[in-house]
Design a protein around this ligand. Structure first.
Ligand SMILES: Cc1cc2nc3c(=O)[nH]c(=O)nc-3n(C[C@H](O)[C@H](O)[C@H](O)COP(=O)(O)O)c2cc1C
Length: 289
C-alpha cells in the first residue's frame, strides 16, 4: 500500500450511495487484519460486519455519532475487544489501519463516536458476547461526486464521472510547526528546522490524521531520539475518544517513521507523569528505538 497517498486522500464520508460493499472486500480486510501488528500485540480486536445498514441506523439513532447524529450507510463495522487498560489506544491504531486498507480497496468510510459504555450499543444491536464494543465505522461508496480528492495524473484517461475536484485535506489541519516542540513544551519547531532534521514529511502526513470533531489534540516533544506524545483533553470529549485519537496519530507517525527508515516503536506509559506538560493534556508515551 502507498500509505502517503492513502493518508493524503483519506477523508470522512458522511453521504453514502445505496450500494453494498462486496463480501470479498470485507474478507480481504479481514485477512489483512490477521497479518497486521498492533501496539499491544496481546490484545485481540474483533471486526464484525453489520450487514443491514438500515436496521443499524435506526437502532443507533440518537445514541451513536456526534450529538447522537448517526451517519446513514449501507453497512457498518463494529470493533470489539477486551476491556483492558488503555485498550482504546490500540483500537484507534488498529481501526485506522483497517480504514486505510478499505480505502486502498476503494471503500469510503467514517468513524462514528459511540458511548463510553459499549454495552448500550450491544444491547441496541442485539449482540450478546463478553467483549467491549470499542469502535464503529460506516462503510460504503461516497455519494458526493464534487468533494472527493482523487489526484489527476497526466496522460491517463478519465471519464467525466470519475473526475473529482482536487481538494487537499491539509487545508483543514494545523501546520506541523504548531504541533511539534523541540526539547520542551511550548518551544515550537519551525518548518525549516523540521526540514533540516528530515522530519518534515513525518509531520506533514501525521497532521492529516482524523480526530474527533477535527480538534487535532496531538502535541509532540522531540527530544534526543525520543518523540513524546500528549493529547489535549477537551470539554465534551470523553477519555475513550482521547485515546482513540492518540492511537490514530500513533499509527500515522509509525507508518511515516518506517517510510523514512527510522526504526523504533511506541512505548505507552499513560501512568507516568511528564514534567512540563500542561494539566489539560494527557501524556500518552513516546516513540524511540
Ligand atoms: C474517534 C472518532 C470518532 C468520530 N466520530 C464521528 C461522528 O460520530 N460523526 C462524524 O460525522 N464524524 C466523526 N468523526 C470524523 C471526524 O469528525 C473527522 O475525522 C475530522 O473532522 C477530520 O475530517 P476528515 O476525516 O474528513 O479529514 C470521528 C473521528 C474520530 C477519529
Amino acid at each position: 500500500m502507498n500509505y502517503k497517498e492513502l493518508i493524503e486522500q483519506s477523508k470522512s464520508t458522511r453521504d453514502f450511495k445505496d450500494k453494498e460493499v462486496p463480501q470479498k472486500i470485507i474478507e480481504q480486510v479481514s485477512e489483512y487484519s490477521s497479518d497486521s501488528t498492533t501496539i499491544f500485540p496481546d490484545q485481540k480486536i474483533q471486526m464484525k460486519l453489520l450487514q443491514d445498514g438500515h436496521e443499524v441506523y435506526h437502532a443507533l439513532e440518537g445514541m451513536a455519532g456526534f450529538n447522537g447524529i448517526m451517519i446513514k450507510a449501507p453497512q457498518y463495522i463494529l470493533f470489539s475487544t477486551d476491556n483492558t487498560k488503555d485498550h482504546q489506544i490500540n483500537v484507534g491504531y488498529y481501526v485506522q489501519n483497517m480504514i486505510l486498507k478499505l480505502e486502498d480497496l476503494g471503500i469510503d468510510s467514517c468513524w462514528i463516536a459511540i458511548p463510553e459504555d459499549g454495552e448500550i450499543i450491544k444491547l441496541a444491536l442485539n449482540i450478546a458476547d463478553d467483549k467491549e464494543a470499542a469502535a464503529l465505522i460506516a462503510i460504503g461508496y461516497d455519494n458526493n461526486q464534487v468533494k472527493v480528492i482523487n489526484r489527476f495524473h497526466f496522460g491517463e484517461n478519465y471519464s467525466k464521472t470519475d473526475m473529482k475536484v482536487v481538494e487537499n485535506n491539509v487545508a483543514t489541519r494545523l501546520t506541523m510547526d504548531k504541533i511539534v516542540y523541540l526539547d520542551s513544551w511550548g518551544n515550537n519547531m519551525s518548518v525549516d528546522r523540521l526540514i533540516e532534521m528530515k522530519m518534515n514529511d513525518i509531520f506533514h502526513y501525521a497532521v492529516m490524521a482524523p480526530s474527533t470533531y477535527n480538534r487535532q489534540p496531538w502535541r509532540f516533544i522531540l527530544k534526543g531520539d525520543h518523540l513524546y506524545l500528549a493529547i489535549r483533553r477537551d470539554p465534551g470529549v470523553n477519555d475513550e475518544l482521547d485515546l482513540l485519537d492518540a492511537g490514530i496519530i500513533m499509527l500515522y507517525v509509525e507508518l511515516m517513521m518506517r517510510d523514512a527508515n527510522i526504526t523504533g516503536k511506541w512505548h505507552v506509559v499513560t501512568d507516568t507523569k511528564m514534567d512540563g506538560i500542561p494539566q489539560n493534556y494527557r501524556y500518552i508515551g513516546f516513540y524511540s528505538h
